[in-house]
Design a protein around this ligand. Sequence first.
Ligand SMILES: [Zn+2]
Length: 243
Amino acid sequence: MAKIRYEELLTSDFKKIRNRKPIIFLPLGTLEWHSDHLPLGMDAMAAHEICQRLAKKIGGMVIPPLYFGTDRAHRVKGKIFYGMDRRAGYHLPGSIYYLKPNLLYRLLLNIFSQIERQDFKLLVVITGHYGRKQIEILEKAAKNYKGKIKIYAANMRQLFKKTLSQDQTGHAGTGETSLFLALRPELVHMEKLKKDLSKPIEILRDDPRGRASKKLGKKILKSIMNKVSTDILKITKKFPCST
Ligand SMILES: [Zn+2]
């Protein structure tokens, strides 16, 4: 099978893929508490899996995911809480991903310019972490980047909308659990969930038990693949790519 993971490529592979399809994928995510049943790196791993499937379908190569991202930060009684911490009221175990929004913004612009130097024409960035601040910074960086490379940015919040209702898109809820059951079932442990998810926040209004399934995950995945690949093909029509 053709290699598509950037870190595994030889220079000759790199040149061959880039000359055939100058598309590169960058998955974004976190290292973050995802309730008791999902792995800490799920956001980045889900985005990575999706990017690899897209590269196999359309062409291009995939950069290793960035496991650090951003969120809203809140100061409560002298303590800083990031993202989901605020609702929990304590530092959630496992969450270490937080970068200041402006740092992530500058980091993304820096990465974009490095990629542009290698003559790619399209950069597809998919963030598996869909905190509002993360989405805002990614969109701002994609919009403000002043280079020639085209940047297509997508986030899981928007991608989930096609197949899920609002109450299924909660953190570590039905959507994320189903998607990961379809992508990496060996890493999902439903049996680890506490009986009572209401205290203190645990699943956040979206208990995946009896709602999440591999079948739903496959449906979500199919819809994401269709949406992103259709969008990419529209963009790549405008620049020459040999197939
Ligand atoms: Zn997540």
